[in-house]
Structures are given as structure tokens and as C-alpha cells.
Ligand binder design. Structure first.
Ligand SMILES: [Zn+2]
Length: 260
């Protein structure tokens, strides 16, 4: 991680208060009932599911999507054999919440300017083909770890990444911000900040949205809820509480970001 000393995290540029930040249900993930080694046996699917969310932000320079959801990957059929991929089943949902959110705006998928990916696991990249015009923003470390045979062994499925799409690889080149070791300014105005949140994967990133007097941390797979965040990253949870930052996880409640 490269941090440039002496530079400050970007100031937030103010825009008219017309910004919407929506948490949209993009699919569901079903795990196994059993834990431990027996969970690798066929069947034994849990009766309950967890949501797989994407987040849509109305930035004045274009729409920004955080994560692309599982798309129509189905599972586990059609995915390469991998122990990790046998433990979760990804299920599509109807109606398509992203299509409905775009329709409310009179927008199309071509109006999505950025897709910021928390990481490259299958339930976050399967919907990428549906946003053809967007810049796909990926952590440079995550991208590197997902390549080649080692990437396959780690459970990444590169064929879900559309051909001919060169991701914008980012690093936290700006100084530390709160509990985050650095940041990257996606839109160049301080309102969409990528921050490193390693653990679920070493290259995992989160998106801090600072628009319309509101701050929302889109945490991907850091934690599904604020309660879980307090358990796994109390430093981030404390900072969110102090700064009035809402938190939303990829597998948490879909209706609204929770406020500490
Ligand atoms: Zn993941």
C-alpha cells in the first residue's frame, strides 16, 4: 500500500441536495445447514437465505454502482468445481431491483458511469455484463490475486468478468482517513472514496459515499450489519458512530443503511 505523505484526504465538494443512495436486492445466497467438514457433502441446503445487495448512488457526474451482484450465474451448476463454490447457491430475484431503480430515474444501464467492486468473488461480479458502459473500478491487489491458476485455486471465476473490459485498477494513494490506511478518490471531488478494508480478501475495498450532507460506508463483505461490524472491526464501527456514518453491507438489510 502506497501512501503519499503530506497530502490531505480530499475535501468534499458540495452539490445540490438531490442525491439518492439506494440499497438494491440483486440476488440471494443460500448456504449449508451443517458446519464443519460435513458441509461439503451434497445437499443439506439451509432453509434461509441472505440477501446479496448492490448500492446505487446518484452522483452528479453519473450513476455509481457498488458491486454488481451475482447476476444470473446460478449455482453450483455451471461453475467450475471448487470446494468454496459448492458451499453456496446464488439465486436470482424477481423483479429486477436495479432495472426498477433505473426506470424511476428515466435512466438506462448505459448511464452507470462507475461500478466499484468490493472484491472479485462470484456474487459481486456476476452482473458486470449488464453494465457495459461503466468504468469497472477494482483494487489493484485484488485484481492481481485473482489472476492465473492461483486465482482459480482461491475460488475466483474469471470467465464472469466480461471480455474486453479493462478494469480501472486503484490503490489507496491518498493519506489515511479515520481507521483506513489510505483512500482513492473515484470521482475526483471527494464524494466517492475507495478505502482499503482487507480481511475477507486481502485486496477487499469499501466505498465511502459523502454526498448531500450524508455519509454512507458501503462495506461489501467486511460485515453484513452494524452489529457484526462492531464485532469484527470495532475501530471502523466506532469511527462510523463518531462521524455519523451509516453502514451497509453486501449481505445485510436491503431497505436502508443503518445509522449507529
Ligand atoms: Zn466474498
Amino acid at each position: 500500500m502506497r501512501v503519499v505523505p503530506g497530502r490531505r484526504p480530499p475535501e468534499v465538494q458540495e452539490y445540490p441536495p438531490q442525491v439518492a443512495i439506494e440499497v438494491l436486492l440483486a440476488g440471494r445466497v443460500r448456504g449449508k445447514r451443517r458446519t464443519g467438514p460435513l458441509r461439503h457433502l451434497p445437499g443439506g441446503w439451509s432453509r434461509s437465505t441472505l440477501p446479496v445487495n448492490v448500492l446505487l448512488v446518484d452522483h452528479p457526474g453519473g450513476l455509481c454502482l457498488f458491486d454488481a451482484g451475482p447476476g444470473r450465474i446460478g449455482s453450483p451448476d455451471g461453475l467450475p468445481w471448487h470446494p468454496w463454490l459448492r458451499l453456496a447457491r446464488f439465486e436470482p430475484v424477481e423483479p429486477d431491483a436495479l432495472a426498477a431503480a433505473l426506470e424511476r430515474r428515466g435512466a438506462s444501464r448505459d448511464d452507470i458511469r462507475w461500478v466499484v467492486l468490493s472484491h472479485l468473488h462470484v456474487d459481486h461480479v456476476g452482473g458486470l455484463a449488464g453494465v457495459p458502459a461503466a468504468d469497472v473500478v477494482v483494487s489493484r491487489m485484488e485484481w492481481a490475486r485473482a489472476q492465473g491458476l492461483r486465482g482459480r485455486v482461491r475460488g475466483y471465476v474469471p470467465r464472469l468478468w466480461p471480455d474486453g473490459r479493462n478494469p480501472v485498477l486503484v490503490e489507496p494513494e491518498l493519506p489515511a482517513l479515520g481507521p483506513f490506511a489510505g483512500c482513492h478518490d473515484v470521482a475526483g471531488d471527494g464524494t466517492l472514496l475507495v478505502v482499503p478494508t482487507p480481511e475477507h480478501t486481502p485486496g477487499h475495498i469499501s466505498l465511502l459515499v459523502r454526498l448531500d450532507g450524508r455519509q454512507v460506508l458501503c462495506g461489501g463483505d467486511v460485515a453484513s450489519s452494524l452489529e457484526e461490524l462492531a464485532a469484527v472491526r470495532p475501530d471502523i464501527a466506532d469511527w462510523c458512530a463518531r462521524e455519523g456514518v451509516d453502514y451497509v453491507g453486501a449481505h445485510g438489510p436491503t431497505n436502508a443503511a443503518a445509522r449507529p
